[in-house]
Design a protein around this ligand. Structure first.
Ligand code: SF4
Length: 174
């Protein structure tokens, strides 16, 4: 099946963010606590855009994610993301955009914000270290609009998708 344009652009965004994140971890080695199986403090995501849900469902359908490795909805830790299992993200490679940049340094209303667990020593950030999360959000919104258009709302509808419902549906796949 031909790849949807929205999915291609989404994958480009993921790859850009991953390159940025890898570079930052390398530059501030020793300070960054964000990594798989590291800190799970911001693993509290509840809802994602349909295009992000598709990016989780597609590898399941392609057999790249083994459904039996995913947690059970009823084992969810209160207040935590339903995909968290044994303090690790069970869909790490397919995780949504928010999970890829949370805790990284960004500028908001002229103030630099970041997770203090990451940078205890408060480094002097360079401009290239700062993520423009408003810009990332705007890009994701446009990619999602394109996804909705291309799929004629067929996959998850127009609204945000609950991760709990998504995991429930994946677990009930025939
Ligand atoms: S999808 Fe993964 S990284 Fe994102 S909040 Fe859930 S467990 Fe954490």
């Amino acid at each position: 099946m031909e790849e949807l344009g929205a999915v291609r652009i989404y994958n480009d965004l993921v790859s850009k963010l991953d390159t940025y994140a890898k570079g930052l971890v390398k530059k501030y080695e020793g300070s960054m606590k964000c990594s798989r199986g590291g800190c799970t403090e911001c693993c509290t995501v509840e809802e994602i855009y349909p295009v992000e849900a598709y990016a989780i469902l597609a590898p399941v359908m392609q057999g790249k994610i083994d459904v039996s490795d995913l947690p059970e909805v009823e084992d969810r830790e209160p207040g935590k993301c339903v995909f968290l299992k044994n303090s690790e993200c069970s869909i790490y490679d397919a995780r949504p955009i928010e999970c890829r940049i949370m805790g990284y340094p960004g500028k908001l209303e002229n103030e630099i914000r970041y997770c203090e667990k990451n940078f205890i020593e408060k480094p002097e950030f360079e401009d290239c270290d700062l993520i423009d999360s408003a810009n990332v959000d705007a890009s994701l919104e446009s990619i999602n609009m394109l996804f909705i258009e291309e799929t004629e709302q067929g996959v998850f509808g127009e609204g945000k998708v609950s991760l709990e419902n998504l995991l429930g549906s994946i677990k009930n796949l025939p």
